[in-house]
Structures are given as C-alpha cells and as structure tokens.
Design a protein around this ligand. Structure first.
Ligand code: NAD
Length: 374
C-alpha cells in the first residue's frame, strides 16, 4: 500500500491542511494509506477524530514520515524534514521556488521528487488540479470583504430616514481569477465596480460580472494567458490614466501579478495622495512586493487618510473552504501517481513534467536551476 503522509503546517499564520477527512476517505477507498500528524487539521477545524473515523492514522511528527512514499503539504516542507524522507519520496505542495532556491537545491540533494502545485500547467486537463485558481478564488473573495471592512463608508446604496447613501465606487486592478472573484463579491455587496487589466480577454469577463471597464491603449498579453511586464512608456501611460480614475474611488483592490517576477507597481505615492480621505487600497499582491509602492506586507498603514492594507496569505483566512478546495486539487493530481494501488507516476506526462521541480538528484525546473546557478 502506498503511504501518504500529511504534516501539520508550521509556517506562521498558515491555517490550511493539505487533506480533509472527506478526501482522505476517498483516497483510502482507492488503495492509498494515509497518515496525518496529530492536530494537522485543527486550524481548519478538522479534528483528529474526523480523520480517524474515515480510517486514517494519526501519529506524532517523529513517526509521520516512516515508510511514506508521498508527502502532501500546503506550504513548502521544512528542510529539517528532508533527512527523514527516503530517497525518491514524492513531495507535493506549494514550493515558492523563486523565493527559496536553496531549499529546492536541498530537495534535489536529498533525492526527493518535488511536485510544485503552482507549476501545474494551466491546461484544460489540469483545471481540477489548479491550486492557483482555487486559492485565488478564496483570496479575491476575502480581499473584497477586507475592502468593505476597512472602508469608512457603506458599499451598497441605502435609502433611509437619515438620508440616502450613494453606492461606493470600487476599482479592481488586475482581473485574473482573484480579481474576478473580488468584482463578483463587491458587486453582491452593492458597490459600483470599475475594472482594469492589461489583457483584453479580462475586460469581457469583468463586463459579464457587471463591472465597468477602464480601457487604455495598452495590450500586454504574455505567454500562456498571462500578462507580460509593461515597457517604461506603457507604465507611465497606465499610471497617469489610473491616477485620474483613482481620485474618484472609495476603494481600490489590486491583484496584478506577472509570473516569476515581483508584482508590478500600479499605484504610486502621488496616486494615493489624489485619493479622498477615508478611501482604502487592498493590495492582494503584498506577498510578492505589492502593486502599491507604499504597501507594507502584512500591515495596514494610513497615508493622508487613505488606508493601505497589505494582507498576507488570504486563502488561510477561510481555512475550511480553502483546505477543501486545495485537498480536492491534490486528490485529482493523486490519480496521476498511482496505478493498481502501486506508485506509477509517468514523469513524461505533461502535467507531472510541468510541475516537477526536482527529480533523481537534479533540479528539473529550468528557471529555478538558473536561479541556483546564478
Ligand atoms: P495572475 O495572478 O498571474 O495575475 C492577475 C492579473 O493581473 C492578470 O489578469 C494579469 O493580466 C493582471 N496584470 C498583470 N500585470 C498588470 C498590469 N500592469 N496592470 C493591470 N493588470 C495586470 O493571473 P491569474 O489569475 O492566475 O490568471 C491569469 C490567466 O490564466 C487568465 O487568463 C486566466 O483566465 C488564465 N487561467 C487559465 C486557467 C486554465 O486554463 N486552466 C486556469 C486559471 C486561469
């Protein structure tokens, strides 16, 4: 029987767990063995008892990795754990390779086969394994709630005996998975929404959710449906045009990302200074440097009466649903690892090959290899 081990997450503030009892139940029926560290699901309100009741083993960490052939995590496994794993163990989770190339190097040195969930190719067959989408959905929703909560104004229009309140104006910059969810959520709360992205396809999706679209003469479709970095002239044009629009907004939610790079700066200090006192900026890109040049990751600051919120790890806030979605993504990927109850990954499969970070002592992901080399 192929054993999966699930450790309790140790990263500060991480509340998610890689597998939920429901998914563990399914894996056990399909012939896997599953062992979790004591308390692994506690922060997502899945008790040890709930895992035991579907047939999983619950053990302390020093017994967790014994005989495990596969390890499922949310955040990257700690280096201290590598030495406890047998050579050839498949470790699956978010790996943030660009942030810690040295850890990737250590995984290769320990002869682990690391599958980075953020590198799963975004092809149709892999949609059900797409953790970037599932977790961005959570983040976009929470970002909208943060904007509402941090605002000094109502979002919906209200007609009351104490007067009529006009609906808030919210701008969403970066209309990928998180941005679309943020638009849908602030719309449900009754705000008027404006959307901006450098990809033309994003405009249609924003319109379909009832947002108004800010159109600029910049089209920056990059590879694989992602955005490319803007040229200096394009950045200047973008900032000037957005500055005019931002002056009227009660809240701005930013989600712009460029794969493998720091987040692009869309909001400068002078743009913030043009916003009205009591307005709010929620910068979902805080983790990768921020879309606003004033953002302080993990903090909320106030500049001239404008709150700038730089949240970290928003998916972890909704630990129950974020874990459920993440666990289903892992479950779908697990089908590529096993055949007739035997571990049988086909490393040439497009999905596994795309996500493979280290294998047989080598770093197999070229951009990370370049980072380590450099
Ligand atoms: P992302 O997190 O990489 O970036 C968020 C958004 O920021 C993107 O819409 C991007 O265009 C935008 N952005 C980047 N630079 C910007 C700038 N300077 N100004 C304004 N906006 C900027 O994106 P994502 O949410 O992961 O989605 C990216 C693409 O992948 C989308 O086209 C999405 O439809 C596609 N996608 C495909 C699949 C699939 O086929 N399986 C799954 C999910 C997403």
């Amino acid at each position: 029987m192929v054993q999966i081990a699930v450790p309790k997450e140790t990263a500060a503030g991480e509340r998610r767990v890689a597998l939920t009892p429901e998914v563990v139940g399914r894996l056990l029926k399909e012939g896997w063995g599953v062992r979790l560290e004591t308390g692994a699901g506690a922060e997502a309100y899945f008790s040890d008892e709930a895992y035991r009741s579907v047939g999983a083993g619950i053990v302390p960490r020093d017994q967790l990795f014994k005989g495990a052939q596969v390890v499922f995590t949310v955040q990257p496994l700690e280096r201290l754990d590598f030495v406890q794993l047998e050579a050839g163990t498949i470790v699956v989770g978010l790996m943030a390779p660009h942030r810690s190339p040295a850890r990737v190097q250590a995984m290769a040195a320990s002869n682990l086969s690391a599958l980075a969930m953020e590198l799963v190719p975004r092809i149709t067959r892999a949609q059900s394994m797409d953790v970037l989408s599932s977790q961005a959905t959570v983040a976009g929703y929470v970002a909208a709630l943060l904007a509402a909560q941090s605002s000094s104004r109502f979002l919906p229009m209200l007609t009351t005996a104490a007067g009529t309140i006009r609906p808030a104006k919210v701008m969403v910059m970066g209309v990928g998975v998180a941005g679309l969810q943020a638009i849908a959520t602030v719309r449900r709360l009754g705000a008027n929404v404006w959307a901006y992205d450098v990809r033309k396809a994003a405009a249609e999706q924003a319109l379909s959710l009832g947002a108004k679209v800010i159109e600029l003469p910049i089209s920056a479709e990059g590879e694989g449906g992602y955005a490319r970095e803007l040229t200096e002239d394009e950045k200047k044009l973008q900032q000037e045009a957005l500055a005019r629009e931002m002056g009227n907004m009660d809240a701005v939610i930013t989600t712009a990302q460029i794969p493998g790079r720091n987040a692009p700066i869309l909001i400068t200090q002078s743009m913030v200074e043009r916003m009205g006192a009591g307005a709010v900026v929620v910068d979902l890109a805080a983790e990768s440097g921020g879309n606003c040049e004033l953002t302080q990751p993990g903090k909320t600051i106030e500049v001239n009466g404008v709150k700038i919120v730089g949240p970290l790890n928003l998916p972890s806030v909704l630990s129950v649903h974020a874990s459920e979605m993440y666990a289903k993504n892992l479950y779908n990927l697990s089908k590529l690892l096993i055949k007739d109850s035997q571990l049988a990954p086909d490393w040439t499969d497009e999905i596994l090959a795309g996500a493979l970070l280290t294998h047989q002592g080598e770093i197999t992901h070229a951009p990370t290899r370049a980072l380590v080399g450099g």
